[in-house]
Design a protein around this ligand. Structure first.
Ligand code: AMP
Ligand code: MN
Ligand code: MN
Length: 330
């Protein structure tokens, strides 16, 4: 869908607003939280009253960010002039907090970088070429508002950029990305701390889940996959909310062009996490399955299904994606 990017219109909405609420996608990652906190800090600095929320709150590994406690885990009171939705391609992904915030705001700004963005909301800051929502927030706050970023805001925005680019390694990274990172470091952001706390940090519970899933990995026609049944959490004494994150590792395997993990989150829901080598596209497959994302990283949640049925449904689609693509870097 084509959307006009309305930097000044979004800025005007904020100028005229006193109360702003920020929401993002469920199971928030570094970009969801980082872009939220960058916006929160900077808009507060501009004198706005700002609330922020995401279902379940900030995951423990991201609580090093100043202001993490200001992101509420639920939202059931309040009314705002403007709601900013960041890093979410559609309304459903913003969960209960998103639904409440949009219903109690006079206008909605949709700030996002997913190519699959549905174009919800009144004003769009949707830039599919941006590496992260944090990068869009940076451009908007500094270019349009002329805001000076605090160290806290810079740390949050750089976290979004580092996590979504896997440490500036994805194909979306441009010289401009590194310029922004440089600017954020000059404003006080600590790249080493961010990397240590995010990319180079996994819980022992995650490793326990990987052990179980990797025991049954499969590779066929360039598609590599692993699955994790719901009972595995109980069997291993691991919380069902534990980060899984195995697809990123599987796509490193030389014979794999596309990777997917099937994580059964409840008896009926299966969360798919897909990755593709350069030259292949899993975003289109995710979209066809009711999810979304980017060419190289995408996801979807399948409902009312079983692990076997999900594998039977998804693997053929990914094999077609392998056939449609061609490996760019060997
Ligand atoms: P993940 O595999 O969960 O790290 O997600 C990879 C990418 O796909 C991210 O850019 C997500 O925003 C996107 N994504 C994951 N799950 C969904 C979903 N259910 N709907 C839309 N986009 C998704
Ligand atoms: Mn995200
Ligand atoms: Mn993002």
């Amino acid at each position: 869908m084509t959307m006009t990017t309305s930097w000044t219109e979004a800025a005007r909405l904020i100028h005229d607003a006193q109360r702003v609420v920020i929401v993002t996608h469920q199971a928030p990652d570094g970009d969801a939280i980082g872009s939220s906190l960058g916006l929160l800090y900077t808009l507060r600095q501009l004198g706005k009253t700002v609330d922020a929320a995401v279902d379940g709150g900030v995951p423990p590994y991201l609580r090093y960010l100043a202001g993490a406690d200001d992101i509420a885990p639920s939202l059931d009171e309040g009314a705002w002039d403007v709601c900013i939705s960041t890093d979410s391609s559609d309304e459903a992904r913003t969960g209960d907090c998103g639904a409440y915030a949009r219903a109690h705001s006079r206008a909605v700004i949709n700030l996002d970088h997913h190519i699959t963005n549905t174009g919800f909301g009144d004003v769009h800051l949707v830039v599919p070429t941006a590496v992260s929502a944090a990068e869009i927030a940076f451009d908007w706050l500094t270019n349009t508002f002329g805001a000076t970023l605090s160290r806290e805001a810079a740390q949050a925005l750089l976290t979004g950029m580092v996590t979504d680019t896997l440490g500036f390694r994805t194909s979306s990274v441009t010289p401009r990305t590194l310029e922004i990172a440089q600017h954020l470091m000059r404003a006080g952001a600590d790249l080493t701390e961010i990397t240590a706390r995010t990319l180079d940090n996994r819980s022992l519970d995650t490793l326990t889940l990987w052990r179980e899933a990797l025991a049954g990995f499969r590779l066929e026609d360039g598609v590599i996959w692993a699955q994790l049944p719901f009972e595995a959490f109980e069997r291993n004494g691991v919380a069902p909310t534990t980060e899984f994150g195995l697809s990123e590792f599987l796509i490193q395997i030389d014979k794999a062009m596309v990777s997917v993990t099937f994580k059964q989150e409840s008896d009926g829901d299966i969360k798919l996490s897909m990755r593709a080598k350069l030259g292949f596209d899993v975003g289109t497959v995710a979209l066809a399955l009711g999810g979304g994302g980017h060419k190289q990283a995408a996801g979807a949640t399948l409902r009312d299904t079983t692990l076997d049925a999900a594998v039977a449904q998804v693997i053929p689609l990914l094999k077609e994606a392998v056939t449609r693509g061609a490996q760019v870097i060997r």
